[in-house]
Design a protein around this ligand. Structure first.
Ligand code: SF4
Ligand code: SF4
Length: 90
């Protein structure tokens, strides 16, 4: 009797991959827009003058938005995402 095959990546017991996303303390946002300009992937926008993650899917999670916020309102946090075929978790 052989050992069970553990090579399958389709194991339903595997948790989803974690990827960082910006979490913004909008209560203190001044609406300066620096984080929006810093995001080259067009993920962020201002809604009623508050920075908002409008398009999370293209976010690479590297945190350029967090680095430029003069108020220190953006932190990067892990979030479960579904990987696309051929995509690997960072
Ligand atoms: S982490 Fe990078 S890609 Fe994601 S929202 Fe911030 S600047 Fe944009
Ligand atoms: S950089 Fe900071 S203060 Fe400026 S819009 Fe973005 S979250 Fe708000």
């Amino acid at each position: 009797m052989g050992s069970p095959d553990r090579s399958s990546s389709a194991d339903p017991a595997c948790p989803p991959a974690a990827r960082r996303r910006p979490v913004i303390e909008v209560d203190f946002c001044t609406g300066c827009g620096l984080c929006v300009k810093a995001c080259t992937r067009g993920c962020l926008g201002l809604v009623w003058s508050f920075a908002t993650l409008l398009r999370p899917k293209p976010c690479d999670g590297e945190g350029a938005c967090a680095a430029v916020c003069p108020e220190g309102l953006i932190r990067m946090a892990g979030a479960p995402v579904s990987l696309q075929p051929g995509e690997t978790a960072p």
